[in-house]
Design a protein around this ligand. Structure first.
Ligand code: CMC
Length: 430
């Protein structure tokens, strides 16, 4: 309904009462109905999983799931993956604009100089079993950062938010690499400032004190691309978790730790690990068709396929597939069994009515696991890599939320379906 410039939707209840709800438009994407006044009618909306709910307004990331578009601050993901560096993307996310050369250098220097962790933090690792899942270690150790930086906990102070952001971008790779080294029993590798951000992470992961580490530029670039592709993704489960935790004014490191916990689930960040497990279970390309029959019988899901938002090809999956070819070529693994199986599954799915009707296409995780495996990353570290990359998204979204004048503590309502009022019965009379 149009009312001069003000657009409204009118909601009429079955008892005749009605309310006009403003329609809001963003710069891109679907309009939203502002239902904040609905409570006046003594009613709420019901939307499990937030399928139809915009929980905030944001200027950071835009996804058009039907068209398969993903923009960071307006820049298409394909362009950033092709031309940008991860640190440049971090700057863009946090500040809204790409840096000029001077800003880029200053930002890089700042991040580099925050990569070490407090020596006391290192002791936390010893509290974990050696075979602990590295995501469990990440939840614990990143959360523990909240106990270290008492100099900058005034979240209403932009300078404090900035230093917290910087510390997280810089230290999460160090913490992640240490989680891996702790698993393997190799000594921790401290950051090396002469390396770039991604090289340094690879050095801390794969280097040892016994020999010089020489990064392979093709593999560095592939990992950089993985980081860029995973940097942010709108209000997904982990980002919404970070925002919800942060809405109470909680410590930013604790908020990011809650995001890591949410990311761990197989329906979210755990999917690339699940893809690899699935491929291992299938075992041989000759069993692909039989496996797909089981998917269609709903015995299990085809991991790495489908997305809540993308109802066409995930643009990150196309970049990832190309990266997969580059890495396998560089490592002379073109005939990689897992890769061939993945291609076969994709081909079957893209032609099959089950997937076409439900608009299920490969998502980024379908190929990222194969690339990570080729890089020598163990399966249980896949989600850790995702968490490392997503840290910038979480921090940017957290920072945006704190600065938002409309911020309120996140507090969804519910449709109560439990017992109505009843009186307590003493135990001997039950
Ligand atoms: N394999 C087989 N069937 C599927 C799949 C799949 N991967 N995904 C969805 N379906 C079917 C589902 O059974 C349902 O069928 P029906 O209508 O007959 O009941 C229909 O498609 C809709 O599924 P849904 O679960 O209602 O869809 P959703 O939007 O809630 O779920 C999803 C999205 C990502 C959780 C889901 O597609 C899935 O479980 N995929 C596999 C896990 C995966 O790859 N996750 C990574 C997501 S991308 C990484 C990220 O951004 O975090």
């Amino acid at each position: 309904m149009e009312n001069q410039n003000r657009r409204v939707a009118t909601l009429t209840l079955d008892d005749g009462r009605s309310i006009e709800l403003p329609i809001m438009s963003g710069t891109l994407g679907a309009d939203v109905i502002d239902i904040r006044e609905l409570g006046k009618l003594g009613m709420f909306t019901y939307d499990p999983g937030f399928l139809s709910t915009a929980s905030c307004s944001s200027e950071i990331t835009f996804i058009d799931g039907d068209a398969g578009l993903l923009y960071y601050r307006g820049y298409p993901i394909e362009q950033l993956a092709e031309h940008s560096s991860f640190l440049e993307v971090c700057y863009l996310m946090l500040n809204g604009e790409l840096p000029d050369a001077q800003q880029h250098e200053a930002f890089g220097n700042k991040v580099t100089r925050h990569t070490m962790v407090h020596d006391q933090l290192v002791r936390f690792y010893n509290g974990f079993r050696r075979d602990a899942h590295p995501m469990a270690v990440m939840v614990g150790v990143v959360g523990a950062l909240s106990a270290f930086y008492h100099d900058s906990i005034d979240i209403s102070n932009p300078a404090h938010r900035e230093i917290s952001a910087m510390r997280m971008i810089a230290k999460v790779p160090t913490i992640a690499a240490m989680a891996y080294k702790y698993n393997t029993g190799e000594p921790f590798m401290y950051p090396k400032n002469s390396f770039g951000y991604v090289e340094n992470f690879m050095y801390m992961m794969f280097g040892t004190p016994c020999e010089d580490y020489v990064p392979n530029p093709v593999l560095v670039r592939a990992l950089e691309r993985i980081f860029i592709l995973h940097a942010d993704h709108e209000q997904n489960a982990s980002t919404s978790t970070v925002r919800l935790a942060g809405s109470s004014g909680a410590n930013p490191y604790a908020c990011v730790s809650s995001g890591i916990a949410a990311l761990w689930g197989p329906a979210h960040g755990g999917a690339n690990e699940a893809v690899l497990k699935m491929l291992e279970e299938i075992g041989d390309i000759s069993r692909a068709a039989e496996f797909m029959a089981g998917v269609k019988d709903k015995k299990y899901r085809l991991m790495g396929f489908g997305h809540r938002v993308y109802k066409s090809m995930d643009p990150r999956a196309s970049v990832m597939r190309r990266t997969c070819y580059e890495v396998l070529r560089e490592l002379k693994l073109e005939d990689d069994r897992m890769f061939q199986m993945a291609l076969e599954l994709e081909q079957i799915a893209l032609k099959d009515d089950y997937f076409i009707e439900r608009r299920l296409y490969p998502n980024v995780d379908f190929y990222s696991g194969i690339v990570l495996r080729a890089l020598g990353v163990p399966t249980n570290m896949f989600t850790v890599f995702f968490a490392l990359a997503r840290t910038i998204g979480w921090v940017s979204q957290w920072s945006e939320m704190i600065a938002d004048n409309e911020r309120k503590i996140g507090r969804p309502r519910q449709l109560y379906q439990g017992a109505v009022r009843r009186d307590y019965v003493p135990i001997d009379r039950r």
